[in-house]
Structure formats: C-alpha cells, structure tokens
Design a protein around this ligand. Structure first.
Ligand code: GLU
Length: 454
C-alpha cells in the first residue's frame, strides 16, 4: 500500500442504482471498496441508490445482492435511499435556510434554448442563474401560472481541490459548471444530493468510484461543506472498456456478472481481472479474495481506460481453479453431485477449464463407464488386469503396476500408456493416471481392462 493507510477503521460503500444488471466495471468499483474496507478492518456498505423510482426495480436490487454475494463481498450493512427521504428533506431545508438552494422555473425547452444561444456566442453552455435575479413578484407570478420550481444548489464558483487516491492532486473549477439541480419539479431528489447526505450520515471515509464522477466530486465537496459534513477521501479509478474500446453499459447488458456466472467463470477470476486490469500489477490468478485485497494499491491504477478481455477471463478461470484448495469448492462440488473428497479434487483440478467439468471426472471415477478398448490391445489389457497390484491402493499403485507391466508386455511409451488410459477412463487425455487409479479402485479398473462397463 502507498500512503493510504487509514488512521481509523474506514467506512466505504458501493452505491449502485438498481436499474440493470451489474457488469464487470461495476464489480471493479464494488471490489475496490469492499476489499479496501476488508483490508483495513473497516465497514463495507451496500447502498441502493434507488430514488429514481421510474427506473429502479426490486428485481434488479435482488440481482445486485446475488452478484455481490457471488463475488464474495458480504456487506456489513445494506441501505436503501428510498427509505431515507426524511433525511433528504432535512438537508434541503438546511440548504434553503443557508441560502444555497434557490428555486428555478425554466422548462427543459427553455434551458435548451439558453444553452444553444450561449454556444452561438462562444460561451460554455452553463446555466445563467436567471432564477436568482427573479423578484418576489415575478416568482409569485410564475407560481400563479401553475409552474412548480426545481431547486438548484448555488455553487461558490471556486477551485475545489482534493488529493485523489488514484489521480493525485485534482481540481474542479465550479465557476465553469451549472448550479446543479438537487430537487426536481415533482419534489424528488437527485443523486448529487442524496449521495452526499448518505455519505455524511453513514460516516463514509473513502469514496472510490469511476472517473466519470470527477466533476461530481467537485460539486459534492461544495455541498458537503455547505452541510458541515466530513469530506471523505475520494478516489476515481479508470473505467473498463471492451476490447473494441467501447464503454461498458449496464443498460446494454455488457459483460453482466450474471452472464459470466452462467458461463461458468469463477468469481475469483472475475474479481482478479476486474481489480488488476488497468493497473501496473500483473494480471494473475489469486488464491483468495484476501490475497487480492492485499494487493490493492490505488496509486497503481493507471489513467488510461482498462481493456477487459473476456478471452483472458476464461484462461484466468482455469488458472484459478488449478490452485483452489478443496475447502474453497467443497460446497459447490457437492451441489454438482460430486461425492469425491480432497483427493479427488487434487487429482482433477489441474485439468479443469470450468468447475462443472469436475462432475465429468467424477463420473469417470465412479462409473459406470464404457471402456474404450481396441481389438489389437485385448491381450495386452488382459495381461494388465492380471498384473494389477494387490495391497493398498495409494498414489504408488500406478508406478508399481507400470514397472511390472512394462517388462512383462515389452511395451513402452504411447503403446503402453494410451490403451490403459482409454480403457480406464474412456478418454484420450485427462488427469494423471497416478492420481486417478486409486480413485477408480481395483475392481472397477479390472473390469474396465476386461472391456466391461463398470
Ligand atoms: N449510483 C451512483 C452510480 O452508480 C453512485 C456513484 C457513487 O459512488 O457516488 O454511479
């Protein structure tokens, strides 16, 4: 870690809007927050930014909970913005009392006309604050017409600076921005406000999110300061893009975690790739989320977009499986109907591209299996059956058997090994026979060598 060791247990949050399925880019944000909290003994909050009632659904919220659980990021606390409206009412009252929130009446069409006229004059298309100049009488007249105001936060118009966890010193000149709308005509609240109120109330110490939020941060720091809240440390990570360079979209369902799960990708591989891609660290399999958490260093995240290659993910899933300990997969193996214990797992894991393939190897071990035997090998296989060792069937049984069979049959190399593998497993290739043979057992091995289904 660089200079980011927190002084006290940190509080971080992942705050998705439940308006679609999470994609790997969202997973990147969730992982940075959750793993940083875990690494420093802090708190990780899953917060649903669900004030947009038209687009948020309970189904998407459930899917997010499942995806976060699949990644192994159990939240310490779950919050819903839709249940916290009273707190936003209070913050709005406070900002109004401070003179930082003012009513504005322009319709979307009027605002667009203003933007165009400013552009024509070579001016940036920011809001001209005409509403601030309305007299009480003019405001009353608009209200009498039935117009309802939206409410804008009056920015200070200054250079807001912060020491970004990823990007170093950052500044946003709020004089170049429109005063943000915090309350819509219908009284509903915008994310810019609700997020700040929550972060203050929940004692959030670090906000790690995508770099598309840099400008928001300038605005939000002003709002936090107006409300007298603690300004958290901010970090803005680069965004993941597809190999084509296209950005990921929740709406378009790009690389959704659900789809990756259904394709059999390992959660730990997804996590490793999401966290390590686009950093100066090597992309490699992780032994556990803890091991991955220990590597997180925000200063190592690069500024360029991070390309996420699904082809790389499949290779990482395989490489991850090849090293996973039995305890990490025992429950999932049982759910696949694999009755094997640690010895079985250690025998087959190195051959797996997907965990589901363990069930295929379990069927090979347990049978019944149709052995593959060629007529010209029948005598050799009968001889092999006769020479199957007696005594304990451990990892030594296969080398003992081969050292007896080799001189007896006069065979070597492929002519020796290939017919045995075909008869015993029905497959051209697979895990080491030394590990498989004790699992297959003497009776089944003998039967298969005789060409019997066993
Ligand atoms: N709901 C916001 C988003 O998904 C949260 C951004 C933030 O972390 O503040 O972009």
């Amino acid at each position: 870690m660089s200079d980011i060791a927190p002084d006290a247990p940190p509080v971080l949050r992942f705050a998705p809007s439940p308006t679609g399925l999470l994609h790997v880019g969202n997973a990147r944000t969730a992982l940075y927050n959750a793993l940083f909290a875990r690494q420093w003994g802090g708190t990780f909050i899953l917060r649903y930014d669900d004030t947009d009632t038209a687009r948020s659904t309970a189904e998407f919220a459930d899917a997010i909970a499942q995806d976060v659980a699949w990644l192994g990021l159990a939240p310490d606390r779950v919050e819903h913005q839709s249940r916290r409206l009273v707190r936003y009412d209070e913050a709005v009252a406070r900002l109004k009392a401070l003179g930082r929130l003012y009513p504005a009446f322009e319709s979307e069409d009027e605002l667009e006309a203003k933007r165009q006229s400013r552009r024509r004059r070579g001016l940036p298309p920011v809001y001209d604050r005409a509403a601030l100049k309305l007299t009480d009488a003019a405001r009353a007249a608009l209200e009498a017409e039935g117009r309802r105001p939206h409410w804008r936060f009056r920015l200070d118009g200054r250079q807001v600076v912060w020491d970004d966890l990823v990007r170093g010193r950052q500044g946003v000149d709020t004089a170049t921005l429109s005063d943000p709308v915090l309350v819509r005509e219908d009284g509903s609240y915008l994310y810019t406000l609700t997020s700040v109120v929550d972060d203050i109330d929940m004692g959030v110490t670090h906000v790690v999110r995508g770099e598309d939020h840099v400008t928001n941060t300038g605005v939000q720091i002003e709002i936090i300061e107006a409300l007298g809240g603690f300004v958290p440390r901010f970090g803005h990570h680069n965004l993941l893009v597809l190999p084509s360079g296209e950005g990921l979209s929740k709406r378009l369902g790009h690389l959704s975690l659900r789809a990756l799960r259904e394709e059999g990708e390992e959660a730990l591989a997804v996590a490793s790739l999401a966290v390590l891609t686009g950093t100066s660290l090597a992309v490699e399999p992780s032994a556990s989320l803890e091991a991955l958490a220990a590597k997180i260093d925000f200063a190592k995240i690069s500024r360029a977009p991070a390309r996420f290659d699904p082809a790389e993910l499949s290779a990482l899933t395989a490489a991850t499986l090849h090293h996973l300990p039995f305890e990490a997969v025992a429950d999932r193996l049982a759910a696949l109907g694999v009755g094997g214990s640690e010895g079985f797992w250690l025998a087959v894991r190195g051959n797996l591209a997907r965990l589901g393939e363990a069930a295929d190897w379990w069927r090979v071990v347990e049978g019944p299996l149709e052995p593959v035997t060629a007529a010209e090998d029948a005598a050799f296989l009968a001889q092999a059956a006769a020479l199957l060792p007696e005594g304990e069937w451990d990892q030594e049984v296969y080398p003992r058997w081969i050292s007896a069979l080799k001189p007896a049959s006069g065979r070597a190399g492929r002519a020796l090994f290939h017919p045995l593998r075909l008869a015993l497993t029905g497959c051209e290739s697979g895990p080491e026979m030394k590990a498989l043979l004790p699992l297959i057992g003497r009776d089944r091995a003998a039967a298969r060598l005789r060409g019997e289904r066993a």
